[in-house]
Design a protein around this ligand. Structure first.
Ligand SMILES: Cc1cc2nc3c(=O)[nH]c(=O)nc-3n(C[C@H](O)[C@H](O)[C@H](O)COP(=O)(O)OP(=O)(O)OC[C@H]3O[C@@H](n4cnc5c(N)ncnc54)[C@H](O)[C@@H]3O)c2cc1C
Ligand code: HEM
Length: 366
């Protein structure tokens, strides 16, 4: 790990050139891979290369990494990735880093990178080869509701249900942005009619989210990748439940609540829903309505800086949740933007919540 980290530190400041060299090499040695990537590569900002380096540096934490890589390998089938491509990607990656690592690149460093990449590739490739289900599903947009200028709720219908578990996420490709796949979290638990509801917030400068919010239309066909993620509520746990959510993190929380409601027994559950202003709690009314008919749930709105918000707790989610104490006898789920997850989880740990009680999708960090 030290050899990998030191050589990466020496090369890192040249990341743009490395990205260009990586793709140039890949498309030269395996030209058929060009068609798997978007037409305009600059839009991707070298996502793949950044992801590769990130995971190579985690190769010494296999207990978290391997299950994730197995999902990622199954997910990569939707791009049209096949087993031979892994060698070409490894060669392009290591060649690009070597070209910019200068004197720090020794035979031992080369061996360290090659070995680590081989471990990642083996986990992904093996899982992909073992998978018998479809590489992707088609879904038709049957509803598109704008909720404010930057948010839309979109319902898709698939001919056969996508086999996900409440709390998981999927990647989607839209006709407006071909080959730009993005992750979205269904806001409902699986239904027999194959409908999936998504909440999409347009982010500043966002290629896909802005196109979805502004231009999706009823009748559009989306492709949906295999379900991923490990957020779930253990039915055998005897503890009460705390859910902390901001922004479109509300979507997987709603899916989980719907799922729990169908179980024979429900844990007492507190849901803190936060935003900067009251308007950010775009779907609060439906959660509150849910809590009226499901008395095991309490929903608490939290706003940061809205003078007019009566009936809401004031502060960030991290402030408000930790004001109630350590929650050490609860199972905790945190869902939202990477920044919100980071802030909330770190404050809860300081307040005394045991780490093994807190669940969030650690690979959702951008
Ligand atoms: C596991 C997972 C689940 C997700 N679920 C949802 C969901 O249910 N609903 C939803 O709307 N989004 C969700 N996202 C985020 C979504 O996948 C996209 O990253 C987001 O829509 C931006 O894509 P884009 O193409 O519009 O932006 P890009 O063109 O990729 O990026 C444009 C700019 O926006 C910034 N940016 C990228 N993502 C975000 C973000 N999330 N918040 C703020 N700035 C950002 C980038 O740094 C860049 O500067 C989820 C992400 C993950 C990892
Ligand atoms: C160990 C090997 C690999 C790892 C860890 C890996 C990881 C990833 C990750 C995490 C993403 C998603 C990035 C995001 O959307 O935020 C991604 C995207 C992608 N990967 Fe891989 N990948 C690997 C191998 C490959 C191979 C062999 C190919 C075949 C050419 C490939 C092709 C793609 C494509 C086409 C995308 C989508 C376009 C893009 O985001 O650039 N990947 N990969």
């Amino acid at each position: 790990m030290r050899l990998i980290k030191d050589s990466w530190a020496a090369a890192e400041s040249h990341s743009d050139e490395m990205g260009r060299l990586f793709y140039a090499t890949l498309f030269r040695i395996a030209p058929e891979t060009r068609d798997l990537f978007p037409v305009h590569m600059e839009v991707q900002r070298s996502r793949l290369m950044r992801a590769l380096v990130h995971f190579v540096q985690m190769v010494d934490q296999p207990e978290d990494l391997v299950p994730f890589l197995e999902q990622l390998g199954r997910d990569h089938r939707k791009f049209g990735v096949v087993a031979q491509h892994y060698d070409a990607v490894g060669q392009a990656l290591i060649g690009a880093i070597r070209a910019h690592a200068g004197e720090s690149w020794t035979p031992q460093v080369h061996e360290a990178w090659t070995g680590a990449y081989a471990d990642l590739a083996t986990a992904m490739r093996t899982a992909a080869q073992a998978e018998r289900g479809p590489a992707s599903w088609l879904g038709r947009v049957v509803e598109h509701t704008r909720v404010g200028w930057d948010l839309a709720m979109i319902t898709l219908q698939t001919p056969e249900p996508v086999p996900y578990r409440a709390g998981q996420y999927v990647s989607v490709e839209t006709p407006q942005r071909p080959r730009l796949w993005r992750y979205l979290s269904p806001a409902n638990s699986p239904r027999e009619d194959g409908t999936l509801e998504f909440h999409v917030r347009a982010v500043d400068g966002g290629w896909v989210s802005r196109a979805i919010v502004a231009h999706s239309q009823i009748g559009d066909t989306w492709r949906i990748g295999p379900p991923m993620g490990r957020m779930h509520v253990d039915p055998s746990s005897e503890r009460e439940l705390l859910m902390v959510t901001g922004g479109t993190g509300m979507a997987p929380i709603k899916a989980l609540l719907e799922d729990i409601a169908q179980r024979p027994e429900q844990p007492r559950t507190q849901v803190f829903v936060g935003g900067r202003t009251w308007e950010d709690l775009y779907d609060f009314a439906s959660l509150r309505k849910f809590s009226y008919s499901n008395t095991w749930v309490d929903v608490i709105p939290v706003v940061e800086d809205d003078e007019g918000a009566t009936g809401a707790e004031r502060g960030t989610l991290a402030d408000v949740v930790t004001r109630y104490g350590a929650w050490s006898d609860h199972d905790v789920l945190v869902c939202g933007s990477p920044a919100m997850i980071r802030a909330t989880v770190s404050r809860m740990l300081v307040a005394g919540t045991p780490l093994d009680r807190i669940k969030y999708d650690p690979f959702t960090m951008d």
